[in-house]
Design a protein around this ligand. Structure first.
Ligand code: TYM
Length: 336
């Protein structure tokens, strides 16, 4: 039997090159080898306020970009989280399994709540819902970028804690993180992750950017002092980030890129980098546009939700029974 993977993407803005290289491109590579479940996690997106029309359109674009990148409905299951009721049900159970202390230690919560006047309860308990997402599919692995590693580790802890209290209900999953590309950094600050919520759009390349915008953003990307194209993540983090992006977009190794620009300056390197990014993204954009135009992604999401419901409802039932919840699941068991 094939091993299972599960992963999710928030529809909280147009996806970035970081989402593409750190996650979606790898989802596509994994769909042959694994039984894969991929989810547009809209409940996660509402941990911060979202306008209904914007949220609806971002769900559509996120799904269309994922399919545009090459996810194939014949090979994997793609669905929207709020269409599958087991997620919030097991989410609550995971909230009751997690401790306040452990949720307080999540670095993403600390970053996202810092300096905010008002923070939703959901932003705090978010990793418990994420754990539920993963555990509902008996996932062996979770392909994610580096920033989600701590959340997957919490998921493992929660699964183990639950299993030791109630018997072996959940499979304990492993994070699957790429060696390079798992942490694509901002084009304006190599110490900050490339993120769709960056207030400065020059920091990220979005999958929706035009060729001209991409060329401009790459040209304006910060580089380190010196003239030589050398890969030195410690000493020259900005350049190392650009070389990593180049390597993934062009399908070449870091060494090949460095060798190709031996004795050449940053200008030539950046010109070719922009071209490689455009070449990598353009086919994804074209397929995305076609899917949005003909609306065919909608049926794919409906079929995906059905399949996800079948699988997740069985795991949820196992968890509820093990905990002693519900009358309907087993009416005989509650006759005292
Ligand atoms: P999200 O929506 O922020 O990001 C989606 C995926 O993209 C990766 N990623 C990056 N990878 C490399 N470089 C970057 N700059 C970069 N930015 C984002 C993320 O690591 C992620 O893999 N909590 C998750 C969504 C989620 C989830 C899940 C993931 C909810 N439930 C269950 C896995 C399994 C999140 O906010 O990802």
């Amino acid at each position: 039997m094939k091993k299972r993977v599960f992963s999710g993407i928030q529809p909280s803005g147009i996806l970035t090159l970081g989402n593409y290289l750190g996650a979606i491109k790898r989802f596509v590579e994994m769909q042959d080898e694994y039984e894969a479940f991929y989810c547009v996690v809209d409940y996660h997106a509402i941990t911060v306020p979202q306008a209904p029309e914007t949220l609806r359109s971002q769900i559509a674009h996120t799904a269309a970009f994922m399919l545009g990148a090459g996810l194939d409905p014949e090979k994997m299951t793609l669905f929207v989280q709020s269409d599958v009721p087991a997620h919030t049900q097991l989410g609550w159970i995971m909230e009751c399994t997690a401790s306040f202390g452990e949720l307080s230690r999540m670095t993403q919560f600390k970053e996202k709540s810092e300096g905010k006047e008002s923070v939703s309860g959901g932003l705090f308990t978010y990793p418990a819902l994420m754990a539920a997402d993963i555990l509902l599919y008996d996932a062996d692995g979770v392909p994610v970028g580096d920033d989600q590693k701590q959340h997957v580790e919490l998921c493992r802890d929660l699964a183990e804690r639950f299993n030791s209290r109630f018997g072996k209900v959940f499979k304990v999953p492993e994070p699957i993180i790429g060696e390079t590309g798992a942490r694509i950094m901002s084009l304006q600050d190599p110490h900050k992750k490339m993120s769709k919520s960056d207030p400065n759009p020059a920091g990220y390349i979005s999958l929706g950017d035009s060729k001209d915008e991409i060329v401009k953003k790459v040209k304006r990307a910060v580089t380190d002092s010196g003239r030589e194209v050398a890969y030195d993540p410690e000493g020259k983090p900005a350049l190392a980030n650009l070389i990593t992006i180049f390597s993934h977009c062009a399908g070449k190794t870091i060494d090949e890129i460095v060798a190709a620009y031996d004795g050449k300056g940053y200008a030539e390197f950046k010109r070719d980098l922009a071209e490689a990014v455009v070449e990598a993204i353009t086919p994804v954009q074209e397929k995305h546009d076609a899917l949005i135009a003909d609306g065919s992604f909608v049926q794919i999401l409906i079929d995906g939700a059905r399949r996800a419901h079948e699988v997740s409802s069985r795991v949820l039932k196992r968890a509820k029974e093990a905990m002693g919840l519900s009358v309907l699941l087993d009416p005989e068991a509650v006759r005292l």
